[in-house]
Design a protein around this ligand. Sequence first.
Ligand code: SAM
Length: 260
Amino acid sequence: MTDRSTQDTVSFGFTDVPRTEKAGLVRGVFDRSARRYDLMNDLMSVGVHRVWKDMVITRANPQPGERLIDVAGGTGDLARSFLTKADRAGERRGDPRKAEAVVLDINEQMLRAGVKRGVSEAQAGRISWVTGNAECLPLKDRSAHCVTISTGIRNVTDRISALKEMRRVLKPGGRFLCLEFTRPTSRAWEKIYDAWSFNVMPTLGEWVAKDRDSYQYLVESIRRFPDQDSFADELREAGFNRVSYTNFSGGIAALHTGWA
Ligand code: SAM
C-alpha cells in the first residue's frame, strides 16, 4: 500500500493522524500489549521471530567488550542474545572483557516487562534499561559499537530523524542492523501472509490479550511501511554506508544493515 500521508499527517495503521499524535497512539498500543507481548509474539509468528532475532545477532557478530544500543528494544530479547554471543566469543579467545547493552524504549511498560523477565546471573548489571524516543536518543555521540532495532522502526513518527540518531550514537565503523516486517517477494506468498495476518493476528489479540485493536494496528502498520529497496534508500539518506538487506521467510521480514 502506498503511504499517502502528508507533511502534517502520518500513518497510524491505515488511518492518517496528525503528526503530533502518533507517538501517543503508538505508546497506547504498547501500553496495552506489554503484559502479553512475549507470548503474543510467539503465537503470532509461530515462534519464527526467535529464529529471525538469532540471525540478526549472528550477523551483528558480538565481540567481548563491545557496547550495544538496542533501540525500541522492548523486553530485551536482542540485548540478552548479544551478551550471550559476545561471552561465547570471549571464552573461545580467552578474552575476559564483558560486553554491555542499553535497551532503550519509549514505553516504560515494555521495559518493566523486560526487567521482570530478568537476566541470567552472567548478565546481571550489564543491561541498562532506558526510557527514550528513537528520534532524540538520550545517549552520547559515538558511544556504541553496534545499534539494533527490531520491529520498532515502523512505529516511529519521523524515521529519518531516528535513523540519523542511531547513526550519531555509533562509533565510526560501527554497525547498524534493523529487522522489520516488509513485503513478501511473491504474490502467492503475499496472499497466504495477508490471510494469516488480517484474520488470525487480530483474532489472537482479541482472545489472548483481550485487545483486537492493537493487533489490527500492528498488521496495518506493517502494510504502510516502505518496501525493502525504498527503506534501504532511507538508510543511505540518513548517512549509512554499505547499505544492504537480506529477506527472511520470503520477505515477510528483512534485515537491513549499514555502517557508520
Ligand atoms: N524490539 C522488541 C522486539 O523485537 O521484540 C520490541 C518490538 S515492539 C513490536 C516495538 C517497540 O517499539 C515497542 O516496545 C514500542 O514501545 C517501541 N517504540 C515505538 N515507538 C518508539 C519510539 N519512537 N522510540 C522508541 N521506542 C519506540
